[in-house]
Design a protein around this ligand. Structure first.
Ligand code: ARG
Length: 459
């Protein structure tokens, strides 16, 4: 019979039990549940709310239960209503009346809220650590490629020359922002709802600050209705994790392009690519396609959380039991994506010649050619027009700007001189873009150093 069965004249129907049970999902929080109970019972004892001696029995038994779960000696019952009921039931089985006193001045509503917050903060930290590792790998690849010229794109059309390092460091900035968003979400999650009770606290003389302190929270929630029914932290984390996935998905899309025959900018290591069951020549970037695909699933979790919350009156409603499955899925998906993408990028081969060849065609130095004339006195708009016509002429002649003769240049404008060839060389174009944030090797090296310092400070 359920712990709450006393009020009922009939046994619960199996279909209700199966539908109602959340243990399949919330058993992941067993350690947080035990930690929360230990803090609660320590506070009950300090406030003399339970008889002397009970605290020690309860804590000892809870720790035994934890050890037994971890060793496999105690199997979590899949038929139990949730992990909280399971552990309390087991405690009572093992130590009788003392166990029955644990739930004094507490409700599952504040218990669930505190467990979920602690679990989510741990998971958040786990993702932050993975993101740091990921950023380190991106920086290492960038370091090897500060002089690797590639085309920079807009509209996926070759636009201006950049370096592979410059391109990678753009992603570093995105993932650094992701870390700061997760840190921020953690801050607001770090508020203890324990003591909110079912919705209206309790008449026992509890010490909420003591419980919060024992659990390492930054503070206590100041309204009990909000304490048990706030899930903003879950939504914020799911949102920050959706943004992580959006960034990983954009990166994945580029890896898919870069490893195609059309680009061939990189080659994935054989250990991180897949084959086809019918086409013997195939080498597919499945990892990145899965990342792109799984991004939709994390967005879905966020959407489900937002929708689940939007019509709920205060305070706790059972709808909220859905929250854990959704947020856990976000954590697990981001974790598996990062742990696979990190070694995939670490081991991939950068084909510098192909990047350079792609940059050498497609007139990506046309802006620099116009800037050359501007620096010699021609107004930029006129220079822009002159070079536009020169590009048109080159295409007709099957040439590029580098292969036009001096005569052809002179025909376009007599401001052109022999130094034009040097001015439009890809190396010059990249080297001279040395404003903060630019692709010049000197600037990107500084950016990498700065990033490493930031990572060092985070440790
Ligand atoms: N398993 C439930 C959850 O995760 C426990 C809360 C049940 N509370 C209640 N008042 N029935 O939300």
């Amino acid at each position: 019979m359920a712990l709450w069965g006393a009020r009922f004249a009939k046994e619960a129907d199996k279909r209700l039990n199966d539908f109602n049970s959340s243990i399949r999902v919330d058993q992941k929080m067993y350690a947080q549940d035990i930690k929360g109970s230990i803090a609660h019972v320590t506070m009950l004892d300090a406030q003399r709310i339970i008889p002397e001696g009970d605290k020690d029995i309860i804590i000892k038994t809870l720790l035994e239960i934890k050890a037994d779960i971890e060793s496999g000696a105690l199997v979590i019952d899949p038929e139990a209503e949730d992990i909280h009921m399971f552990i309390e039931g087991e405690l009572t089985k093992r130590c009788g009346d003392a166990g029955k006193r644990l739930h004094t001045a507490r409700s599952r509503n504040d218990q669930v809220a505190v467990d979920f917050r602690m679990y989510s903060m741990d998971q958040c930290q786990n993702i932050i650590e993975l993101l740091k590792e990921w950023i380190e790998v991106l920086c290492a690849k960038a370091e090897e490629n500060t002089e690797t010229i590639m085309p920079g794109y807009t509209h996926l059309q070759r636009a201006q020359p950049i370096t592979f390092a410059h391109h990678l460091m753009a992603y570093v900035e995105m993932f650094l922002r992701d870390i700061s968003r997760l840190e921020d979400a953690k801050k607001r999650c770090n508020i203890c709802p324990l003591g909110s009770g079912a919705l209206a606290t309790t008449t026992y003389p509890i010490d909420r600050e003591m419980s919060a302190q024992l659990l390492g929270f930054d503070g206590v929630s100041l309204n009990s209705l909000d304490g048990v029914s706030d899930r903003d932290f879950a939504i914020e984390m799911a949102s920050a994790l959706s943004t992580v996935m959006m960034h990983l998905s954009r990166f994945s899309e580029e890896v898919i392009l870069w490893s195609s025959w059309e680009f061939k900018f990189i080659e994935l290591d054989d250990a991180f690519a897949t084959g086809s069951s019918i086409m013997p020549q195939k080498k597919n970037p499945d990892i990145t396609e899965l990342v792109r695909g799984k991004t939709g699933r994390v967005y879905g979790d966020l959407q489900a959380l937002l929708t689940m919350m939007k019509g709920l009156p205060l305070a706790y409603n059972k709808d909220m039991q859905e929250d854990k499955e959704l947020l856990f899925d976000c954590f697990e998906t981001v974790e598996v994506c990062l742990t696979t993408v990190i070694p995939m990028v670490e081991t991939c081969r950068v084909i510098k010649e192909n990047m350079r060849n792609a940059a050498a065609r497609g007139f990506i130095n046309a802006t620099d050619c116009a800037d050359y004339l501007t620096k010699k006195g021609m107004p930029f708009r006129d220079a822009y027009k002159t070079i536009g016509q020169l590009v048109h002429y080159s295409i007709e002649q099957g040439k590029v700007l580098e292969t036009l003769t001096m005569e052809e240049y002179k025909q376009a404008s007599d401001l052109f001189d022999e130094d034009i060839y040097e001015a439009i060389s890809l190396e010059t174009c990249v080297k001279n873009r040395k404003a903060i944030g630019g692709p010049s090797p000197e600037i990107v090296k500084k950016h990498i150093e700065l990033t490493k310092c930031k990572l060092g400070e985070m440790k």
